[in-house]
Design a protein around this ligand. Structure first.
Ligand code: HH2
Length: 352
């Protein structure tokens, strides 16, 4: 017998530049607190099956609230427009920029330069690319904590996220001046991580992955990738809540490229707005990833700028709150245009 799928709401996102006519203000629902993206129609879905289409005024107050409520500020940043998380990989082996910042002074300089355009700096000392071997935690701490301390000593006040699956590394990073934890295992890798995040009262990104980085791309399989990723994240949110982490501190992420085929990645990107049904802030990390190379034939990851920007703008149009990217200045420029084009008759929260 087939397992029954949970019904989810998939708002159909609209922006001013792309849609005519202008929003009907009586029913236009801002998407997850966005000042630029809204929905008038919402599909009731079971996995990738649409069961029914509703207008937003057919929804219950609780459903409307879940889909539209402004998400709490993240590290002091309001989330009514997409925020850029700039990637600083302090690893010898990251898939697109490994080894570039092996010298701490170079890392600090790169982080300072990136801070001009990034809203958050995401600093990592362990590659989680497909096939990557785990790094001893002492080594991971030695790569990250001193650089975070040096960035703070250099006067950079941009919020810093530590990209780690290990509580000891997160603890050292927070002590050195980091503000949030980005855990690609969604607190499954290290049994101490949930407790640490709860105790430190910092935001945490919970990302979906199927399988460990070493083997995750071997043969990823889903009966319905949308249903499974949403359900899995919902369960991880419940575990995090049970461990004492406030929902206001949580960000969810479908984990593009983590145990997913090209088709899985594309499906999740097309269905991104369904993640707003969990009522949390949403992060998208697709920058330079392999699926962009697979679609375009661009083998060298660092040359996937155009594809990366295209996916970032798609994420913005689906109401993603945080875009995790390597090419920060270029993404900032693209978003500035996207924002300008969508502001003409875009809704604002007070008009909706
Ligand atoms: N992707 C990577 C690493 N961390 N964190 C979140 N929340 N979401 C992501 O999609 C994500 C992530 C992989 O990218 P990168 O850091 O460039 O590569 P590597 O893991 O090889 O260092």
């Amino acid at each position: 017998m087939e397992a029954r799928l949970t019904l989810r709401l998939r708002p159909l996102p609209r922006t001013s530049a792309l849609d005519r006519p202008a929003p009907r203000h009586e029913i236009a629902l801002p998407l997850a607190g966005s000042a630029l993206v809204w929905a008038e129609e919402v599909d009731v879905t079971a996995g990738q099956q649409t069961c029914e289409q509703l207008l937003t005024n057919d929804l219950s107050p609780a459903q409307r609230d879940r889909l539209s409520r402004p998400r709490p500020a993240l590290c002091g940043l309001s989330l009514d427009r997409p925020r850029i998380m700039g990637i600083v990989n302090l690893t010898p082996d990251s898939f697109s920029d490994g080894g570039r910042l092996s010298d701490p002074a170079a890392a600090v300089a790169a982080a300072r330069a990136m801070a001009a355009d990034a809203d958050i700096l995401d600093i990592g000392g362990e590659s989680t690319r497909p096939g990557a071997e785990p790094v001893p935690v002492d080594e991971e701490i030695a790569r990250t904590a001193p650089v975070i301390r040096a960035i703070r000593d250099a006067g950079v006040t941009t919020p810093i996220s530590i990209d780690t699956r290990n509580a000891a590394c997160a603890r050292a990073a927070l002590a050195a001046g980091a503000d949030m934890v980005n855990d690609v295992s969604a607190l499954t890798h290290d049994p101490d991580m949930a407790h640490l995040v709860a105790e430190a009262r910092v935001p945490v990104c919970l990302m979906h992955a199927q399988g460990d980085p070493r083997i995750m791309q071997d043969a990823p399989r889903y009966a319905d990738v949308v249903a499974e990723v949403v359900d899995w994240l919902e369960a991880r949110v419940a575990v995090a809540e049970g461990a004492g982490i406030a929902r206001a501190q949580m960000v969810i992420d479908p984990g593009i490229g983590f145990g997913k085929t090209l088709e899985h990645n594309l499906t999740l990107l097309r269905w991104l707005s369904v993640f707003h049904d969990l009522g949390l802030a949403l992060l998208l990390g697709a920058s330079r990833k392999r699926f962009i190379g697979a679609l375009t034939g661009v083998e060298v990851a660092a040359e996937r700028l155009g594809g990366s920007v295209a996916v970032a703008l798609h994420g913005a149009g689906q109401g993603a709150h945080v875009l995790r990217v390597h090419d920060v200045a270029q993404t900032r420029q693209a978003l500035a245009l996207w924002q300008a084009l969508n502001t003409i008759d875009g809704i604002t929260r007070d008009r909706a």
